[in-house]
Design a protein. Structure first.
Length: 494
């Protein structure tokens, strides 16, 4: 089974790491670099120094064997007999590991003082071969003698071949290694301490920045796009001082929030004014419209006595007055819903309301096939009966006016998610144009099909549906493709 959690790719690019992690990592990397440089330089310097000291010892030791690099005459030492010179290491005073080789009877013979201070003959052929190849230039140099390890040797020429004296480098090597280990241990301890202490310090240093970010985050969560917004969020005063960089950010953010708050208040005031104006204008238009309708109706009775043109004109005046009245009513309702006017909430028998509304629609649209799918028991919702009726009327009128005759329109009541009821109006008409679909709930959004135009549509029907449903705390959505359009309204169950 594979994990479905998306992998966190942030850590692949250091540039996208959190600031805290980056600072700690940079600190630790820099310090490691410094430690490595110190370690390498110190190691080489110490080794150089120790090798120099060993070379001094080597010169002295070689002198004591009778074949010191400073001596002249092929290393021949006046005094002690040649016999003794063949095995100088048998003399006391040579430390363990000291090595001496010389050609005797045209064969290279080498001795070495063992750990107990006794001189032994070296039989390792490879070591002997290396010793015989040491340049006879009286200069100390390092050679690898196989199992005997690294040696610092000096060779001086003698009439019958070179005499080589050597001291082991093992002590120098182990001293350098030991120093390396100590330095490594100290560096590791230092790095861990710097990492932990750095994490703590950086965390504390970044705390004000986190508080500023938290304030910005809280503001981002606020619903700033509509209504009256109380933008009281501010960066705490302690984090908004001009003395620190973060404080400057906090200060700037607070100033910006102040401006945004003012702008939002101004926007809200202007929205309220426009809303009030629309509500007032709609309200004021109702009376003259009622008068126009009344007079038009009055003239209908005496239309026989006027010319057909005038009768037709009066008929148009009446029908347009009716249309304008419904537009004005829609605008007034939207303005009131926008203003947050409370609904008259109660228990609404939705089943009954659906049956009534579909019956009305059947009368209005006789050429459509109206169907109902209701659960056997009555479904109730908590809402404003008149407004819910309007939602249903708008959806059914759309299904009638924006689809051709013969279209089947099915109204259903389904149980929604827990505590909700889904009211569905579905039809098998041509569907909502794809370009219109994303904004179908916007005000004055309408298709420009000839049917819509003929129906005298204004494009307010669905925006009223959306506003009423959201005032109920519910949601409306639409799925539409040719042959299947489905509006689903979710309302809180009663
Ligand atoms: N059932 C439907 N089938 C096809 N198109 C639809 C349907 N319902 C809505 N529409 C499209 O969505 C547009 C917007 O609908 P809305 O109800 O908001 O406005 P309207 O019906 O044009 O005008 P009004 O309802 O204000 O008289 C319509 O013009 C129409 O193009
Ligand atoms: Mg409509």
């Amino acid at each position: 089974m594979s994990s479905s959690r998306p992998r966190d790719t942030r850590w692949r690019t250091p540039a996208r790491w959190p600031l805290r992690a980056r600072l700690i990592a940079e600190q630790v990397v820099l310090l490691s670099l410094v430690c490595v440089i110190i370690g390498v330089v110190t190691g080489f310097a110490l080794r150089d120094f120790l090798v120099q000291r060993l070379d001094q010892q080597l010169t002295q030791t070689a002198g004591r064997t009778g074949f010191g690099p400073m001596m002249d005459g092929g290393g021949q030492r006046p005094g002690p007999s040649d016999l003794l010179d063949d095995h100088p290491l048998d003399n006391p005073g040579f430390g363990p590991g000291t090595l001496f080789s010389r050609v005797r009877n045209s064969q290279l013979k080498a001795d070495r003082v063992n750990s107990s201070g006794v001189s032994e003959t070296i039989s390792d052929e490879a070591a002997l071969a290396v010793l015989s190849a040491v340049p006879q230039d009286r200069k100390p140099r390092t050679v690898e003698l196989g199992a005997l390890g690294s040696y610092r040797v000096v060779a001086v020429p003698t009439p019958n071949g070179a005499a080589v004296t050597g001291l082991p480098l093992s002590e120098v090597n182990s001293t350098v290694l030991r120093m390396g280990l100590i330095l490594g241990g100290v560096a590791l301890g230092g790095l861990i301490t710097v990492g932990l202490a750095g994490a703590l310090i950086i965390r504390r240093t970044l705390e004000p920045l986190e508080r500023v970010a938290a304030t910005a985050g809280r503001v981002a969560e606020l619903p700033l796009h509509e209504g009256e917004v109380a933008l009281a969020e501010r960066v705490p005063a302690a984090d908004a001082t001009p003395d620190t960089e973060v404080g400057q950010v906090g200060l700037a953010l607070n100033r910006m929030l102040g401006h945004v708050g003012d702008a939002l208040s101004a926007r809200h005031a202007s929205e309220t004014r426009v809303r009030q104006f629309v509500a007032d204008a709609s309200h004021e238009l109702r009376t003259p419209l009622a008068a126009i309708r009344g007079y038009a109706e009055l003239t209908r009775r005496s239309r026989d006595s006027v010319s057909p043109e005038i009768a037709h004109a009066m008929g148009r005046v009446e029908s347009e007055a009716v249309r304008m009245t419904s537009l004005v009513e829609d605008l007034l309702l939207l303005a009131r819903l926008d203003a947050g006017r409370p609904l008259e909430l109660g228990e609404v028998d939705l089943s009954r309301l659906v049956v009534d509304s579909v019956s009305d629609a059947r009368i209005a649209g006789r050429e459509h096939d109206w169907r109902l799918a209701l659960p056997p028991e009555a479904v109730t919702v908590r809402g404003d009966a008149d407004r819910v009726r309007q939602v249903l009327a708008n959806l059914l009128s759309n299904a009638r006016t924006h689809t051709p005759p013969g279209t089947t329109v099915t109204t259903m009541l389904n149980p929604g998610r827990a505590g909700w009821v889904d009211l569905v109006v579905a039809d098998d008409g041509p569907g909502i144009p794809e370009a219109l679909l994303p904004e179908v709930f916007e005000r004055f959004a309408r298709g420009d099909s000839s049917r819509s135009r003929a129906a005298g549509s204004t494009g307010l029907g669905l925006s009223i549906v959306a506003a009423v449903v959201s005032a109920h705390g519910g949601a409306v959505r639409v799925d539409s493709r040719p042959g299947a359009t489905r509006f689903t309204v979710s309302l809180p169950a009663g």
